[in-house]
Ligand binder design. Structure first.
Ligand code: ADP
Ligand code: MG
Ligand code: MG
Length: 481
């Protein structure tokens, strides 16, 4: 039995504007719950889009999502290890070319690196598995599994602390008493993700090795990344620097024999390359950028993630794993496999297999139940419901194979107030729970496998997508019931 749904605090818009918003702004600025605004200059930050209140999540669902994370980490590590008779290689040979612009290029890059030789066997997975709670079954259902550049682990901790502060100091209630008597947990992701990066450096054989964050130009979500960097230094004395992909050949050098990578300016050795970019073709502008990605992969530095781990996060792979006979190759334990299977909704390929033929039919007969996804990351790429048939009709049928058709997850709507700059929106929202995990492994062994905290992102229930950076959503926290 779960407790009753926590009430929504019924403060007036006036009370919110006059009393709570200044609290929120000042807490956020004092504690770094911030982002750069569009067209920013480096000295001026603004408050991250957030929800005013934590959003109710069932305790059993929250716990389920946490409980399966290590099994998910291990599953994707095994795929990346190319276990089950080179399963990933075989799958890539089948479908990488369906997306020549990106998946195909990453795959070609991997083949090139393999020819040159892979000098570093260790890989670090910094993952996030995203879920919506299905309102009918009251179970978590997976939206996607991210294996590259997972974000908001730093800010997630901050927003939980803000909500806890506002509640515990009575700011949500006109009488100055805590409003939510239920638990408002704080995600430890800002430390746990730093711990994950540290585990890789500790295992790396080189002294005083540093971490390179590979970041986008004009990144607005800098502070989320910086929080990890500062925690890493504070807890472990491990230094980090930030480079963009186009700076690799000018700012680093590789020893041709040992393949060890060094920062040119200081000669410090780079033990870990942590990608907070490189998940979209837009992150590679010139041929030099691709060469630089290759150089990083060839180098002896540990990659988070290496190319195979990044490729294992393809949406096409997610679709294939919903077939239990495929999942069985990686997870022999029936109980664990069962738990993961329970988190899946139906996902169809759009090819000429029996399942694919069914998928094609459903896409045209009942598109209102589906979302169509290309092999892309970072939000804003999907096609929803009634737009699917028109979209597909504009493509040649053999081009459909680059997409997957996924059942829409029907999640409950909650009340909340979203804050974006000085604007507040009182609208129904839906929330997506993300669970972080870190895993350090090579082709034979898993060295560390950890759950690394959580994230709740919310968006207007009227919008299809919920990217905070892309501009449709906000960072939220949970109140458990
Ligand atoms: P991306 O890698 O671009 O983040 P996602 O698969 O996470 O791609 O899709 C983006 C967003 O679309 C999700 O955050 C969610 O809001 C919505 N979405 C994706 N799949 C589903 C689904 N099966 N049911 C409901 N909403 C979904
Ligand atoms: Mg997503
Ligand atoms: Mg994604």
């Amino acid at each position: 039995m779960t407790a009753p749904l926590p009430e929504f605090p019924g403060l007036s818009k006036e009370a919110i504007k006059q009393t709570i918003l200044p609290e929120v702004f000042q807490w956020s600025l004092a504690n770094g719950l911030i982002m750069y605004p569009a067209g920013f200059s480096p000295e001026s930050a603004s408050i991250t889009p957030i929800s005013l209140y934590p959003t109710p999540i069932r305790k059993d669902c929250f716990q389920d999502a946490i409980d399966v994370q290590k099994a998910y980490n291990k599953l994707y590590a095994k795929i990346s290890q190319n276990s089950a008779d080179n399963w990933l290689t075989q799958r890539m040979e089948e479908f990488a070319d369906a997306d020549p612009e990106f998946t195909g290029k990453l795959w070609a890059l991997y083949l090139e690196v393999k020819k040159i030789g892979i000098s570093q066997k260790l890989k670090l997975g910094v993952f996030r598995s995203d879920y919506l709670v299905d309102q009918k079954s009251k179970q978590i259902k997976q939206v996607e599994f991210n294996t590259v550049s997972v974000s908001f682990g730093g800010l997630s901790s901050k927003v939980g602390e803000l909500h806890q502060f506002l509640n515990d100091t009575g700011k949500y209630s006109p009488r100055g008493l805590p409003f939510y008597l239920n638990e408002i947990p704080v995600s430890a992701s800002s430390q746990l993700l730093a711990d994950g990066l540290a585990a890789a450096i500790k295992k790396y054989d080189g002294s005083n090795a540093i971490v390179v964050f590979i970041v986008q130009h004009n990144e607005r979500n800098v502070f989320d990344q910086r929080i990890l960097e500062y925690n890493l230094f504070k807890a472990y004395n491990i230094k980090s620097i930030r480079l963009t992909i186009d700076q690799i050949h000018t700012h680093t050098k590789m020893d041709e024999t040992s393949k060890r990578l060094f920062l040119s300016s200081t000669n410090e050795e780079i033990g870990l390359v942590y990608f907070r970019s490189g998940y979209t073709p837009n992150d590679f502008v010139t041929e030099q950028d691709w060469k630089n990605r290759l150089q990083l992969e060839v180098s002896y530095a540990i990659k988070a993630p290496d190319l195979l781990t990044q490729l294992s996060g393809a949406k096409k792979i997610q679709q294939m794993l919903t077939d239990e006979s495929q999942l069985e190759r990686f997870i022999s334990d029936d109980k664990i496999r069962d738990r993961l299977m329970k988190t899946f909704v139906k996902i169809y390929p759009l090819d000429n297999t029996p399942l694919g033929i069914k998928g094609k039919k459903l896409a045209f007969e009942s598109p209102e139940n589906y979302v169509l996804k290309p092999q892309r990351e970072g939000g804003g790429n999907n096609i929803y419901k009634e737009d699917i048939p028109t979209f597909l009709s504009k493509l040649k049928e053999d081009e459909w194979e680059a997409y997957i058709l996924m059942e829409l997850i029907d999640t409950s709507v909650h009340d909340n107030i979203l804050i974006r700059g000085s604007e507040i929106f009182h609208e129904p929202i839906i929330s997506e729970l993300g669970i972080y995990g870190c895993i350090l492994f090579d082709d034979e062994n898993i060295y560390t496998n950890d759950y690394s905290g959580w994230l709740l992102r919310s968006k207007f229930s009227s919008s299809n997508e919920g990217g905070v950076a892309a501009g449709f959503g906000c960072v939220d926290s949970v109140v458990l019931y």
